[in-house]
Design a protein. Structure first.
Lengths: 131, 189
């Protein structure tokens, strides 16, 4: 592995999802070991129902057309690709409890853990990002 | 048209897909093989270079055809970095430079066509190492032959082959193109 990238996803709009998954897949394709910790609204990015229809930020709704025209992959496609590239997904247990969500509300292949699970991964990461 | 071992069509794909696809395609290549990646994402120009650097592969160059960028990458070959050079007759690049003007001298570049295309010494004959066995008759055995590659390892193997085929005066330019300070020509269009 050429490096280690730790990402916190804590926001849930479509733009946030692209920021998280683009960096994660690019890092994984560059041989980084990558983990994403999904917490608070960031859980939308792995929520089976929500991640197919994430909202654009307020006032940016007209950009939906631009995203289609640019042939940008969908969020489910990017999430699947990230998992194929062995990006580790960690759902935050505390926020899942807070929102009343069980593990089966989320896409397959995720781990569920607390803040310490992420910190253990992030403590020797070369790149740490928060979105 | 530059000959490569594989062509990857990543046209129409946005960042980071060209890189993700390249990474996947590279997995199936043999060390030393060359891939052409076709992309329309303008950011791929900077990304390919950076990706090659971080992944240890060799970025050869890019050319542009209309709105399509063609990137050329060569999969890393660990043996090239480690193997000892064995062919006894060698020249440095400085010595080679001094010999190139002579009429009875032939400079043979045994790198892959895409490596040659993005920078070679003027007048160098291009025959990739893998094709030397079958194309050796294209070379004049009476001439003194200097063999060059990127780091002196492929040229070492080529020099041995030529000596076995009856070439009397063969030398390995052991420093290779990676340390060549003189002028180079491109033929990538």
């Amino acid at each position: 592995m050429a490096g280690k990238t730790a990402i916190i996803a804590s926001n849930g709009s479509l733009f946030d999802a692209y920021k998280v998954y683009n960096i994660a897949t690019a890092a994984a394709a560059s041989d980084h070991e990558v983990a994403i910790f999904f917490t608070f609204e960031g859980l939308n990015l792995i929520n089976k129902e929500a991640y197919e229809q994430l909202a654009l930020p307020e006032g940016k709704e007209q950009m939906a057309e631009g995203l289609r025209a640019a042939n940008v992959p969908t969020i489910p496609e990017l999430a699947e690709m990230a998992q194929e590239l062995e990006v580790k997904f960690i759902g935050c247990q505390m926020t899942m409890d807070l929102f009343g969500l069980e593990k089966d509300a989320f896409i397959d292949g995720i781990d569920v853990g607390g803040a310490v699970t992420f910190l253990d991964f992030a403590k020797d990461a070369d790149v740490t990002l928060t979105f | 048209m530059i000959k490569t071992d594989q062509i990857l069509d990543a046209k129409g794909l946005a960042c980071p897909m060209p890189i993700v696809r390249t990474k996947k395609a590279m997995k199936d290549l043999e060390p030393g093989q060359v891939i052409e990646v076709q992309a329309t994402d303008k950011g791929s120009l900077a990304d390919m270079k950076a990706w090659a650097k971080s992944s240890g592969n060799q970025y050869l160059g890019s050319s542009e055809e209309g709105n399509v960028l063609k990137h050329y990458l060569r999969k890393a070959d660990q043996t090239e970095e480690k193997e000892e050079v064995q062919f006894p007759h060698t020249v440095t690049n400085a010595e080679l430079q001094g010999q190139l003007g002579r009429g009875d001298v032939l400079l043979l570049d045994v790198r892959e066509p895409a490596e040659y295309a993005f920078g070679h010494i003027e007048g160098a004959v291009s025959i990739p190492l893998g094709e030397l066995e079958t194309r050796v008759q294209e070379l004049d055995a009476e001439k003194e032959v200097f063999v060059i590659c990127r780091t002196g390892n492929r040229s070492d193997l080529a020099a041995k082959q030529l000596a076995e085929k009856g070439f009397g005066r063969v030398k390995n330019a052991v420093e290779g193109m990676s340390q060549w300070a003189g002028e180079t020509k491109q033929s990538n269009s």
